[in-house]
Write a protein that binds this ligand. Structure first.
Ligand SMILES: NC(=O)c1ccc[n+]([C@@H]2O[C@H](COP(=O)([O-])OP(=O)(O)OC[C@H]3O[C@@H](n4cnc5c(N)ncnc54)[C@H](O)[C@@H]3O)[C@@H](O)[C@H]2O)c1
Length: 380
């Protein structure tokens, strides 16, 4: 199939694009390289020295058919339309968003940038496809954070909630009430609502993947060539919790835990991200159906348990800090991942070997690690 990967230069997009190419698909990455630019701006580039996009694409050609188009999908709809018209994709995987909750809460500029970039990018994609008369299967990356973290509705289903309406006694299935905890998460709630509308009005096949926090760095393919190396973020704004803690331990920096660390979160390894994207891409919903939602998660842990595991392994102490965010201090989280499992997904679980692999990667590049960017500057 012809697959366009929007945001294919990023942490999840790059290994996923390679995986799809290795499966024999014709892959075109569209990216404006904004993640690299933000890394420079906040003095926190990838810890791993990633190759330039041209070196990446040259190396990727040994894996499969991979091409690249530079385009800002939010700011340059003209160029984006030309790209979509030329590619005529069967599937479009949409990773191209500003994806850090803390970054989205830094200040006015970051709040507006995140809304403008994410919501306009998704609307441009759908709106341009309407005008082009194209109806590829859209695979959008959402986040588990759209559901919020109270447990009022029990186990989190996949996108929809079965309820009985008090006034009529009718049983209906509604979109799960969005309960975002940051501007970034809000954009994913808005994206989802927008895709519901486009599907209803113009008949799209859409899969929204509500993904957990991604950990790890390399996949079987990115490991094969230094030019294919994946990015690794450890800073307070973009570093995802487990990767950041492993980096902190490597340089003897107390592991940052907000409040009691009783926040339960869903996790997935980067290798599984790539596998799930391939599964989702090849299993669209029926045309005319409402968007299908899969919870792209493997397992649930509390932040405290992760910190304790790393502290015991490394001897680094845990630094409990006052929580700078508005979130429940402790929460339970039960989440269904039935959709992807029914397609054959067998999750990789948190395991010593994989943690060791990350430690080794970080260990190779500690000279590039800047302790001054470890703590998040965002407060909300
Ligand atoms: N990393 C995680 O833990 C995680 C968890 C859940 C969901 N997600 C979602 O997965 C997707 C990818 O996340 P990631 O960690 O790879 O993020 P990332 O920032 O590493 O990658 C995003 C990519 O999109 C590009 N991009 C952003 N805006 C663009 C625009 N307007 N036009 C063109 N390209 C643009 C960036 O340059 C970057 O290469 C995001 O939508 C994110 O919300 C990520």
């Amino acid at each position: 199939m012809k697959i366009a990967v929007l945001g294919g230069d990023g942490f999840c997009g790059w290994p996923s694009a390679l995986h799809l190419a290795a499966d024999g698909h014709e892959v075109t990455i569209i990216d404006n390289l904004s993640r690299r630019a933000i890394g420079e701006k906040i003095s926190a580039p990838s810890l791993t020295p990633i190759s330039s996009i041209s070196e990446r694409i040259e190396a990727a050609k040994k894996v499969g058919n991979v091409n690249f188009i530079y385009c800002d999908i939010a700011q340059d709809p003209g160029r984006f339309k030309e790209a979509l018209a030329a590619i005529k994709a069967d599937v479009i995987v949409h990773f191209a968003e500003q994806r850090a909750a803390p970054y989205s809460m830094l200040g006015d500029l970051e709040r507006r940038y995140t809304i403008d970039n994410n919501v306009t990018g998704t609307n441009n994609l759908m709106s341009l496809l309407v005008d082009l008369g194209q109806r590829p299967h859209i695979v959008h990356l959402g986040t588990m954070g759209v559901y919020g973290y109270n447990d009022d509705f029990g186990e989190i289903p996949e996108g929809y909630l079965d309820v009985t309406v008090k006034s009529t006694g009718k049983d209906v299935s509604i979109t799960y009430p969005g309960n975002p905890g940051s501007i970034y998460h809000l954009t994913k709630v808005l994206d989802h609502q927008m895709m519901q509308f486009y599907a209803k009005n113009w008949g799209f096949q859409i899969t929204d993947l509500h993904q957990g926090i991604v950990w790890g760095t390399e996949t079987e393919i990115t490991k094969t060539d230094p030019a294919l190396m994946n990015r690794f973020d450890y800073d307070g704004e973009y570093g995802t919790v487990l990767n950041r803690m492993i980096s902190q331990a490597q340089v003897g920096f107390p592991l940052t835990v907000y409040g009691t660390g009783g926040q339960s979160r869903a996790f997935i390894h980067i290798q599984d991200t790539a596998r799930c994207i391939a599964l989702a891409a090849t299993n669209p919903p029926e045309m005319g159906e409402r968007p299908q939602v899969f919870n792209q998660v493997s397992e649930v842990h509390t932040v405290r348990d992760l910190a304790q595991m790393i502290a015991e392994k490394t001897g680094v102490e845990i630094g409990f800090l006052d929580n700078p965010r508005k979130e429940l201090a402790e929460n339970k989280l039960m989440v269904s991942n039935e959709g992807l499992r029914s397609l054959g997904f067998e999750p990789i679980r948190l395991d010593e070997g994989l943690v060791l692999e990350i430690e080794e990667t970080v260990g190779r590049f500690t000279d590039r690690l800047d302790k001054d960017v470890i703590l998040s500057k965002a407060r909300w």
